[in-house]
Design a protein around this ligand. Sequence first.
Ligand code: ZN
Ligand code: MN
Length: 480
Amino acid sequence: MKYEAVIGAEVHAELATETKLFCGCPTTFGAPPNTQTCPVCLGMPGVLPVMNRKAFECALKIALALNCRVDEITSFDRKNYYYPDLPKNYQISQNHRNLGREGYLDIVVDGALKRVNIWNVHLEEDAGKLVHPESSSDSGTLVDLNRTGTPLLEIVSAPDMRNTAEVEAFMKTLRNILLYTGVSDCKMQEGRLRFEPSISLRPVGEQTLGARVEVKNVGSITAVVKAVEYEIERQTKALESGEKLPQETRLWDDRLSRTASMRRKETSADYRYFPEPDLVEVRISEEWQAKVRGTLPELPVAKRLRFQKSFGLGDYEAAVLTDDKSFADYYEACLAIGGASPKAIANWMINDVLRHLNEQRIEMAQFPCAPARVAALAGLVEKGTIGLGTAREVFAEMVAADRDPAEIVKSKGLAQISDESFILEVVNRVLAANAKSVADYKAGKSAAFNALIGPVMRETKGKANPQVVRQLLEKRLAES
Ligand code: ZN
Ligand code: MN
């Protein structure tokens, strides 16, 4: 029997606000343990939460970016559970009236658009962190409550994905939207963006869903892809041997590259959700919604399609250029300066600039040169002032000392020679000195032509414009 994978995802993103969701404590990452707390986020009796307006607007922004329906009234609920890093024994979340629902995210997989439905987008508070000491002399587990109450956006997708390529595109596109809108810094290594895939299998053609396995503790996009692959394989084997799979939550072990059962999945009834009595409902007026919608930037997939259409780029080029907003912005800044075609500048961005960023392990913001430099370099090649090989050397110097490429070319005398009378003199000398090659060429050996180009390039130290050299050689050979 052939099986089909049905994959959905729950995404948690910490919002990039300076303070927590219901109190004024800072959210700075990496502060000494338990230094960013107050009675509210410690869950002391009698305290009252106050909604952070900026966090609420960030959440609203994403609900709109994900094409969700936003009702006029949204409200908060208590999700009850006991965990040592949750001092209140409940999390303020949303269950009955989510901020956004019935949205979708369009992703591009193998050059084609695919729609993943979004069930809901809601706002909640993060829990603290348990710290397990690494040295064997320390025992026990410590609790750090700095993270408690950090605003967290949860996005729940429909199980619309069928393979790992779609899961990967979903995660990357969603991460880009969060980065493009500036609502989260998406640092997965710091746990600020978490993807939890859920995977079930069913026989091809079957409509009902199989038992859903949710995977937690997956710390990177690569790990999520590996975990999904692992689950598809594990579940296929189990079903093939006639096993009945339970609905459960499993933990990903990155070191061993496998999942292990954590707990049989609780249902939402287990959380005893009830309306949070300490918070009022939030009314989202048409005007407020319109105002927040007005702050949305052009989103990644739209930008990618526009780059293809307006600049004549291929799907791959447009995808690479728009993968990072600052990279796309830099590219458009180069175009605004002009002096070279969009295609030529795109090639410099994708090949040389990106390679430099990767080699130096730096972000676009740390790239040493302004867009004018890259535009100028692309222009020098396109106008034929320097060849591509020389341009690569100029690029290396340009980024090493943030120098103007035209100035590097001038000071090192790298400019290509296109002066016809000068090149013609060299061509004449070379023809006179290579009678054998000339005779071979006339006897029909076309390879002899290249044997004549070599000496011309050598005599000009590689600076003669190859196109002019070819033209003049052809012309002189036809005349003689
Ligand atoms: Zn606090
Ligand atoms: Mn949640």
